[in-house]
Design a protein around this ligand. Structure first.
Ligand code: EPZ
Length: 419
């Protein structure tokens, strides 16, 4: 198994370019199921999750040429079944449920099991599809959805759910009549899915707000679309540069989608100079502790919580970090404590006290963003850090070690590391 070895203490300088957004690419690849023709998705990152999505579409019967940054999805007779083997690798596979039900009137999709960061049920997805007229039952760990043509209806989500909103937008796009989705997620990736659906001939309005209207159409056309850049990857490198110190330019950053993070970085004393589609990060002086509470967009992204926690380990004072989106997203804490951090978790809040230094250690990645936080901790720690189980990292970061090495980090991938 691969690991990542880091020798900390090197300030960073140079330019890092951000790739396409994983959490936009995945639903958009699933949206190709809504039309028979050949669609082309551009600016797709090279990630394990993209490989899994391509495998899933092939398993469903589509002709897929996946050569990121381009993925071409052609026609093919679809067998609307998403097997456990693939869904267990990537929960986002549930995003085929809406398109398959709407387009083929039937879908059999493995229920995604539990996840490190929380139970993550899909009850809101199912409730929404039932409101549009689908008959849903569970069978041997699979969700089975059957329907004639879906019919537009009002769906009120109990909480803003990103993939729930995306699944229902895609399903409602081919329903008869109007659907009104209420209490929607407002993430930029949701807006991007709506953009692509409208390119296919759908009539989606209000994406980016908490109420989305979808006027169903009879048919959708294939599309050619270059997806937005990854705000969480950009945010991760912004925090890495702030933690390691130095002067780094991050290119291809959707600055407008990172306002909450940028405000907290500035509050901590980091200098940020957005220019054009990039941002310059300079950190020379000490850091100040700031409090953070994760919440749905445009709040502070939960996918940046673990990385930001590392920065707060180095900040004067005590920072309070509250995780409100997922119930179990502090798996990185014990690993950071092994590196000398002083973090106390009480329920959904972690109290992060300033420490003079972190020390390199052998640490274990537990989920995608936790693994990114351990790499950042390794960049600032004294001595050598070995991050194990980096298959988590490869799910969402394209060649992280190469991008960081290019700006001066002493980092390398090592093979044959025990898990
Ligand atoms: C998306 O997950 C992202 N994944 C996650 O990114 C991200 O952390 C999350 O949104 C929140 O921003 C993709 O886009 C592929 P939710 P999703 O439904 O859609 C509860 C990463 O690191 N809920 O918005 O699964 C749920 O348990 C990943 O890239 C229900 O209870 O998240 C959670 O507490 C990790 N029932 C909250 O809502 C439902 O039916 C928000 O989850 C749906 C959600």
């Amino acid at each position: 198994m691969d690991g990542i070895r880091i020798v900390g203490g090197a300030p960073l300088s140079g330019t890092i370019r951000v790739s396409g957004a994983k959490n936009a690419a995945l639903p958009i690849l699933c949206a190709t199921l809504l039309s028979d023709g050949e669609s082309l998705v551009r600016n797709v990152p090279r990630l394990r999750d993209i490989d899994t999505a391509a495998q899933l579409l092939r398993t469903l019967g589509r002709d897929v040429h996946a050569e990121p940054p381009q993925v071409r999805v052609g026609g093919g007779a679809v067998t609307p079944e998403a097997p456990y083997e693939l869904v267990k690798q990537m929960r986002a596979s549930v995003l085929v449920l809406g398109p398959l039900t709407a387009r083929y009137g039937r879908a059999r999709v493995s229920l995604p099991g539990g996840c490190q960061i929380g139970t993550r049920p899909i009850d809101q997805h199912l409730k929404g599809l039932e409101a549009l007229g689908a008959r849903i039952h569970l069978e041997s760990g699979y969700v089975v959805a059957e329907s004639g043509r879906l019919v537009g209806a009002e769906v009120v989500f109990d909480m803003p759910t990103v993939t729930g909103t995306e699944n229902l937008m895609m399903a409602a796009a081919l329903a008869r009549g109007r659907s009104t989705l209420v209490n929607c997620a407002r993430e930029p990736e949701v807006v991007e899915v709506a953009r692509v659906l409208n390119k296919m001939g759908a009539r989606v309005s209000g994406a980016g707000t908490d109420v989305i209207h979808v006027d169903g159409v009879d048919e959708l056309a294939p599309f050619d679309h270059a997806i937005i850049s990854d705000r969480i990857e950009a945010g991760t490198y912004m925090v890495a540069a702030a933690a390691a110190g130095g002067d780094v330019r991050i290119d291809n950053v959707p600055v407008e989608d990172l306002e909450a993070l940028i405000a907290k970085l500035r509050g901590a004393g980091v200098i940020l100079e957005p220019d054009g589609n990039g941002v310059r990060i300079v950190r020379r002086d000490g850091l100040r502790s700031v409090d953070v509470m994760t919440s749905p967009h445009p709040g502070f992204p939960t996918d940046m919580q673990a990385q930001f926690m590392v920065l707060m380990c180095l900040a004067e004072g005590t920072s309070r970090i509250s995780e409100t989106v997922f119930e179990n997203r502090f798996m990185h804490v014990p690993e950071l404590v092994r590196m000398g951090a002083e973090i106390e978790v009480q329920g959904h809040t972690a109290f992060v006290r300033h420490v003079q230094r972190l020390d390199g250690a052998s640490v274990m990645a537990t989920d995608l963003r936790a693994s990114a936080s351990l790499v950042i901790a390794g960049l600032v720690a004294h001595g050598e850090t070995l991050v194990r189980r980096v298959y988590h990292l490869d799910r969402g970061y394209e060649h992280m070690e190469e991008k960081l090495a290019a700006v001066g980090a002493r980092i390398e991938r090592v093979r044959g590391v025990s898990p």
